[in-house]
Design a protein around this ligand. Structure first.
Ligand code: SF4
Ligand code: SF4
Length: 197
């Protein structure tokens, strides 16, 4: 199925509107930690590289990123090419079933990660929940093994409303996934809406 971006715009932008609301609690916890000096300033961003990153997003989170990139005029042909080569390099489109309804999560360096002081180039209000909840446990972290994911916070954030919206979007867009890597999820939406860069 392909949707014409122009004609379907109104129908789908509503989903991006709740982006901040859905991240409020995680953002607040993250900012609290940062204010105590437990931030990523001294780190080169291990968690965003293929050594540690296997981030997957729901359809709703993919929409948040999609609308954010459009708003920021970052949905360019270069970005699309970058996403495609990322998928190819890390074989993100290669599905490996591990049984019991689960699949192998592939690691990849996030296409939105810029090494050096810049790090992640996505505004926190639009970042995947899992990225926001993964933070250092102490000050001045600059090596691996000193950060953790706040699972309790992520579990608290999950709610029926999100589940319903994700299921609705999945059915509406006839997508065969509930969670995907960031590049695959974005490319799916770009192709689906025939988004012209
Ligand atoms: S969460 Fe940890 S590994 Fe990731 S950038 Fe911050 S300090 Fe580095
Ligand atoms: S979105 Fe940002 S924080 Fe998340 S994996 Fe990509 S670069 Fe890292």
């Amino acid at each position: 199925m392909n949707l014409k971006w122009d004609s379907q715009l109104e129908e789908f932008t509503q989903y991006g509107g709740s982006s901040l609301e859905r991240r409020k609690e995680i953002l607040s916890a993250m900012r609290d930690q940062f204010s105590q000096g437990k931030n990523c300033k001294a780190c080169q961003g291990f968690c965003c590289t293929s050594f540690y990153n296997s981030m997957q997003v729901t359809i709703l989170e993919a929409f948040d990123l999609f609308f954010y990139l459009i708003k920021e005029n970052r949905m360019t042909q270069d970005l699309v090419e970058n996403l495609k080569s990322n998928v190819k390099k890390y074989r993100l489109d290669y599905f490996l079933n591990t049984g019991r309804n689960s699949s192998f999560r592939r690691s990849y360096t996030c296409p939105f990660f810029v090494s050096g002081s810049k790090g992640c180039t996505i505004d926190p209000e639009f970042k995947p929940y899992g990225c926001l909840a993964f933070n250092p446990l102490k000050e001045n972290v600059n090596s691996e093994g000193h950060c953790t994911s706040n699972i309790a916070l992520l579990e608290r954030r999950e709610n029926l409303e999100d589940d319903k919206l994700n299921l609705k979007l999945q059915a509406l867009l006839k997508l065969n996934w509930e969670k995907e890597s960031i590049p695959v999820a974005l490319l799916n939406l770009i192709e689906l809406f025939e988004y012209k860069t």
